[in-house]
Design a protein around this ligand. Sequence first.
Ligand SMILES: [Zn+2]
Length: 586
Amino acid sequence: MKMSKMYIRTLRETPAEAVLPSHIYMLRTGMIRKLASGIYGFMPLGKRVLSKVENIVREEMDLAGAQEILMSALQPAELWEESGRWNAYGPEMWRVHDRNDREFCLGPTHEEIFTDIIRNGVSSYRQLPVNLYQIQTKYRDEARPRFGLMRSREFIMKDAYSFDRDEEGLEASYQNMYHAYSRVFTRCGLVFRPVEADNGAIGGSASHEFTALADNGESSIVYCESCDMAATDERAECVDAKPDGAEMLPLEMKETPGTKTIEAVADYLHLDLKQTIKALLYEVYNDDGSVKEYVAAFLRGDHEANEVKLCNALGIPEHALAFADEEKMAAVTGCVGGFTGPVGLKNCRIIVDSELPGMKNLCAGANQADHHYINMNYGRDYTADMVVNFKMIKEGDPCPVCGAPVKMTRGIEVGQVFKLGTKYSSAMKAVYKDENMQEHEMLMGCYGIGVTRTMAAIVEQNHDEDGIIWPVAVAPYHVIITVMKAKDAVQMELAEKIEAELAGRGVEVMLDDRDERPGVKFKDADLIGIPVRITVGRRAGEGVVEYKLRKDADKVELSVEEAVSAAADFVLGELKAHSHEAVADL
Ligand SMILES: [Zn+2]
């Protein structure tokens, strides 16, 4: 395709709101266009990449035996009320009304819809298992949409839902999708790691996140080099320190004027942070936004809290927990900001990290201004409503499986597989009859791929200071032919001949015939990131062109025949290496 006829708008300057390379380059290449905060459209080059990623996903899903359907983004509230999520979902759900004041949402996910389809269409064990999927637009009204396609409010997702008659079937469906996902992300050219994940608001019994490794990723991953352990930091268990065998010393109150942080207290009393108890004060909300209860959570001074684990222990969604308004909480519970301890609190739930009961003679707030206790011991001086391991793991902590120091890295969550079990089939009565006409609830799995986010992750892993370096498998075009002087008939004729020969071999070509300076054309070619560049210039008359791969610095002069062969061999070789056949055993 001739570039002079294409709709492309590249930008020289970096748009102010863009921080991450994927966001910057997709805006600068004009692949995406912002319509409103967190809402983007796809321009021709971007749409070509999106379609290629979608087609890889589609091919692997079809070959794994899933069947494609397409459901509406608009979903009636009634289905969500049946599952209990209409109120529980929180402010990310985009709620709308029709002219008759009937409530709908723009679907953030589709568990209810697929369960509804299957409960109406499946009644016998003979019809199971079933796996249906769609590639469709989802909506989440993010509090802070940012990073372009990485965290947007409208995005394209592939979501699949499997229905099985028993645990064994669910396990087979789950493994089937796990392997399909490994093939999808390998074919997209991503470096990724499947990691154990928290089940979050969806609930269920097992899940893995597929994480593309990237310094700019929002997910933090913990992994072990001595064993196979790999998990999100929210999911990974932080091992308790060994119990302390020391004698209990008498409890003593100390004056600690102005020491409002745990570090200041430790410093003032010359204590190691490991001898202190840190207090975190939370409020838990009802669905209507009123305060349901206050929570005082205590853990060792050198640890951070894992709020996902706190929420799981409390059985509440993450949006129902927030730091407390200290003044209001003080009036109800007797806590004192900066000096809160577990002794003497009232009207609040006390949660103690699982490590504290084994520790002796700790320092904690006395619930009196400018005072702390020392030698505080669990059982003798304080107890808890719940003892929960809610410490956040950090680099160097012992591996929960083998004890070796763990490593941490960052990544972008591009896919997730969940075992839902009977959560939805039970709430929404999706049942089948077995051979003996006995009714059973179906076992469900759900499986998501962030298609637009995968696009962003590919750019995060494949760029340099000049622009994107698309893997051939998802590149908008495979080859760009840059004509130095488009008005030169010899150069244009040769360029068109190369284009036709490559096209004949199944290579996708864009031909830069614009009336621009060569420097501008080279900059755009690098920015857009087409894998192969063939430059037709002053030696066109001799049949000599310049050949260069976007990922390499070297360029070589080749005869037209050599250049066409080199380009076709490279492109077709890469496509083959990223085909289903090449990754079939993953
Ligand atoms: Zn390990």
